[in-house]
Design a protein around this ligand. Structure first.
Ligand code: ZN
Length: 528
């Protein structure tokens, strides 16, 4: 400002000099004029300059701030008439410091000639890259069988942009046991961030144990248990059969259930376990009465003279006797529903040793199951010549029916009865077959039952009275009575005798029960 005054002063001197020269003014008067006019002129100038003076504001035309960091503009300094007026400067215009963009700001200073305005462009910029934070670990281990499922990540950015959906994940193979996931994101100001996660493919799958032989089997008391072993394979480590550890023992001198446990670990420490249940069973071998034997014509059993009249000797005191009613050779549409109706009305559960059944009769098998009876396997076929041809033909005859029952009802039948009984002699065309089969069915996890009371309804009994007498005379107190009856087509005499048989049993203190896997086996002596 000062130079302005100096220029003005020089200008005045020049003007006065010019005036003097033109008007040829005398020296004395010159002095007078100078003394009088010069101060007036100078005061005048001073006044004009004062009024015209602009404020001095120190700002840059363009300024930038990092988004989200600054909260207000920097302090500015302004001077007007040599006085600091920084505090009086008004700022017009708004800036969002959290949003990238260009903003125009006006600095306003009031002057003697109105407002003095200076503008500034303020740019809010983003030069800070976003930050990706991985959830989970930087190194994740997953099973070689699984696909990696993204655990998650968060993205933060100083611009408050939502960048989550803009993250691009790319896969980079390292080797066949490891790969990297690269997470990349760019904010709208083109700042880029990258993080990586390593995925390691490890073996988390246990090996697979396959038992040699049946997982559930029975052996006879005092026989020898021979360990059949197991195989183990692992998808990564291959054959691990040698590493199987077998624990558990079978005490064949005591009946009961024993668990043999097979464990194996693969090289990554994944363990597999499998159990074989071995049941040591005692067979109660019963004698077959000559009058009640299904195969009486061919049976040469010497012990067939059990005296039914001894019954009365036991008929005193409490009775712990159980009656297992069993019906063979069904289901039949004429007889089975009637038997089921009677059992239902008496609240008695029984056991049905069934044969192959028609689609029509499937509902009867379902009804037997639904009403709480045991559905047991007699065989797909009853043809002695066919089924006793070999161990395989017999076992197929069982499993074929077992699979059919399972498929149509979901029920797993494991109780069996040999057609003709285990004491049959009709199989002698194949010598020794019954000796083999009575062991084989146990080893395959089945149980078999013969009977110790026969209604003889497939033999000599012709009337319901005969059926009734055969049964009640065969019952003995304080023992398991397995009663043989039949629900094949047309067997009305058994239907007609059944109510009275049940009433007799209840009146004499017997308990009625169905055969289950835990029922002790009642079997005949093998004759072939
Ligand atoms: Zn039969």
């Amino acid at each position: 400002m000062l130079y302005l005054y100096l220029i003005e002063a020089l200008l005045y001197v020049l003007i006065i000099g010019v005036v003097f020269a033109i008007f040829k003014i005398k020296k004395v008067e010159k002095l007078k004029i100078v003394i009088i006019i010069l101060p007036i002129l100078m005061l005048l100038t001073l006044g004009i300059t004062f009024v015209l003076e602009k404020p001095e504001i120190k700002i840059d035309e363009n300024i930038s701030y990092e988004v989200g960091k600054a909260k207000s503009l920097d302090k500015i300094s302004a001077k007007y008439h040599f006085i600091d007026v920084s505090e009086k400067v008004k700022i017009e215009g708004n800036i969002d410091f959290n949003k990238v963009g260009k903003y125009e700001i006006k600095y306003v200073v009031p002057t003697l000639l109105g407002n003095y305005i200076k503008t500034q462009i303020v740019e809010i910029v983003d030069t800070t890259p976003p930050v990706i934070t991985l959830q989970g670990n930087e190194i994740e281990e997953i099973s070689y069988k699984d696909e990696y499922n993204e655990i998650g990540f968060t993205v933060s950015d100083n611009s408050n942009e939502d960048l989550k959906d803009k993250v691009v994940i790319t896969k980079e193979e390292v080797n066949d046991k490891e790969y990297k996931l690269i997470y990349t994101v760019e904010d709208s100001s083109r700042n880029k961030a990258t993080v990586a996660r390593t995925i390691k493919l490890v073996d988390k799958e246990p090996p697979e144990i396959t038992l040699n032989g049946s997982a559930k089997l029975s052996i006879e008391l005092n026989s020898k248990y021979s360990e059949q072993g197991a195989k183990a394979t692992d998808e990564i480590d291959g054959d691990l059969s040698d590493k199987i550890v077998i624990t558990g023992k079978v005490d064949t001198t005591k009946t009961g259930e024993y668990a043999i446990i097979y464990t194996v670990k693969d090289n990554s420490g994944n363990q597999a376990k499998k159990t074989r249940t071995v049941t040591v069973v005692k067979k109660e071998i019963v004698n077959v009465n000559s009058n009640t034997n299904n195969n009486s014509a061919t049976n040469t059993n010497n012990n067939s003279t059990t005296n039914q009249s001894n019954n009365s000797d036991n008929n005193t005191g409490k009775n712990s006797g159980i009656i297992y009613l069993t019906f063979d050779d069904g289901p039949s549409s004429s007889i089975t529903p009637k038997i089921l109706d009677i059992l239902k009305s008496k609240g008695v559960k029984a056991t049905f040793f069934i044969l192959n059944y028609s689609a029509e009769n499937e509902k009867l098998v379902k009804r037997e199951i639904n009403e709480g009876h045991t559905v047991a396997i007699h065989g797909y076929s009853h043809e002695y010549k066919e089924i006793y041809k070999s161990v395989d033909t017999y076992m197929n005859n069982i499993t074929k029916l077992q699979e059919k029952i399972k498929k149509s009802t979901g029920y797993n039948a494991t109780i069996t009865r040999f057609p003709g009984g285990s004491s049959n002699t009709v199989s002698r065309f194949n010598p020794g077959i019954m000796t083999k089969l009575t062991k084989e069915v146990l080893a395959r996890g089945y149980k078999y039952f013969d009977w110790n009371v026969s209604s003889n309804d497939a033999g000599g009994a012709k009337t319901s009275t005969q059926v009734y007498n055969n049964v009640v005379n065969g019952l003995k107190k304080n023992r398991a009575n397995v009663v043989l009856m039949h629900d094949f087509s047309g067997n009305t005499k058994t239907v007609n005798a059944l109510s009275d048989i049940i009433d007799y049993g209840l009146a004499n203190g017997y308990t009625f029960s169905k055969i289950t896997e835990s029922t002790p086996m009642v079997t005949h002596r093998v004759n072939n």
